[in-house]
Design a protein around this ligand. Structure first.
Ligand SMILES: [Zn+2]
Length: 389
């Protein structure tokens, strides 16, 4: 027996274990009655305990028997009386999500004739897939209508009908099940076939916030949050905006402008910095060419310009060079030659840098790192090796 239909606000119950068994490390129980909702209709299962044993998952065994499987953390004895306890915080949020889904689906139907094609409420950010094309005005109107329905605090009731009576019932969507059909009615607002759990009045499901929408399978997927989960998100977002505002001496809702200014400053400075680096690299290259007339160059440079100087030197006819740059707890290096030089760069690297513990590689330009204290040693070894070459 599904107690959650009769007593959707109860979180504790007594029951008798009808069947219990284990398959490997997974343990199952079927009860004569339960408050645990099994995953179905876009709503995920409850969690909680049976006699203190964690209920990890709940699912319908199969449609034919309609029996509900409780997946347990450890085994439980058959034919015993058990006390069941729901994780109520979790269930209540599911009830809020589900009620908000009905409310929002009807609101979009009224706002623009959008039909609900599919729903998912497994996560705090829930989705409804609608038939209509993405449209900002419709989304804002649907959201507003749904919240008006929340503030109307309308009662929600459930009842069963036979499928023969479906036609004249005027449901928003055709039922997916046959036989006895459960109707969930938000009085004067919405009527739909649903097997889920819901709050007693619409006011408990609010606020309802559309957080995003996008084109999906030829229609629109609307993402929404409801109840506590919506409120918690706003609280978090507001505190982030407030902290950002403090950093920019700005009100939370006016923080966009200083951030935009910062971005534009940053782009300008980056451009300037690149230009200055280029100019500096050019000067350093000229100095090195003047300092080493044979164009066999070895020098320590600043890390900021290592790559740029290396790149320029590699394009200068007749150059063979080793540049090193201290960089925190290591030394970066560039070993390079112009294609006009006869030396074998790989052999030079193996002779000069590899014994010092160098890492890295490359064909005409070798980039990599050395241990921090080996900058001087590397330059010394290069000088000796290049002399012999
Ligand atoms: Zn429902």
């Amino acid at each position: 027996m599904r107690l959650y239909y009769q007593r959707p606000y109860d979180s504790e119950f007594s029951a008798r274990v009808q069947r219990a068994w284990s398959e490997g490390r997974t343990h199952y129980a079927v009860l004569d009655q339960t408050l645990f909702y099994p995953t179905a209709g876009g709503q995920i299962h409850d969690t909680g305990t049976l006699n203190g044993i964690r209920v990890l998952e709940v699912r319908e065994e199969d449609k034919a028997t309609g029996q509900i499987l409780h997946v347990l953390e450890s085994p439980i004895a058959e034919y015993t009386e058990v006390q069941g306890k729901l994780d109520w915080e979790r269930r209540y949020r599911h009830m809020q999500r589900h009620t908000a889904e009905h409310t929002l689906a009807q609101a979009f139907w009224r706002a623009a004739g959008w039909e609900t094609l599919a729903v998912n409420m497994s996560n705090p950010v829930c989705t409804i897939d609608f038939s209509g094309q993405p449209d900002e005005a419709v989304v804002r109107q649907g959201e507003a209508l749904a919240n008006w329905a929340v503030y109307a605090n309308t009662p929600i009731r459930t009842y069963w009908i036979s499928d023969a009576a479906v036609e004249q019932e005027g449901l928003r969507r055709a039922p997916k099940v046959r036989g006895q059909i459960r109707v969930v009615e938000i009085e004067g607002w919405d009527k739909v076939a649903c097997g889920g759990t819901h709050v007693a009045r619409t006011g408990e499901a609010g606020p309802i916030k559309v957080v995003k929408y996008e084109r999906y399978k030829g229609g629109t997927r609307v993402y929404f949050m409801a109840g506590w989960e919506a409120l918690e998100t706003f609280v978090l977002e507001h505190s982030i905006l407030s902290r950002l505002g403090e950093q920019f001496s700005s009100a939370p809702l006016e923080v966009e402008r200083p951030i935009a200014n910062l971005r534009s400053d940053w782009y300008n400075l980056r451009g300037e910095n690149t230009a200055l680096k280029d100019e500096l690299a050019e000067r350093i290259m000229r100095e090195l060419l003047a300092e080493f007339p044979q164009h066999t160059i070895h020098a320590q440079v600043s890390e900021n310009v290592l790559d740029a100087v290396g790149k320029r030197l590699a394009e200068w006819p007749g150059v063979l060079a080793l540049l090193v740059a201290p960089s925190g707890d290591k030394t970066r290096y560039v070993l390079l030659k112009h294609s006009s030089r006869p030396e074998n760069l790989q052999a030079l690297w193996e002779e000069v840098l590899q014994p010092l513990g160098a890492r890295g590689g490359g064909a005409l330009v070798k980039l990599g790192v050395l241990p921090a204290d080996s900058a001087e040693k590397a330059l010394q070894r290069f000088r000796n090796a290049a002399k012999g070459a």
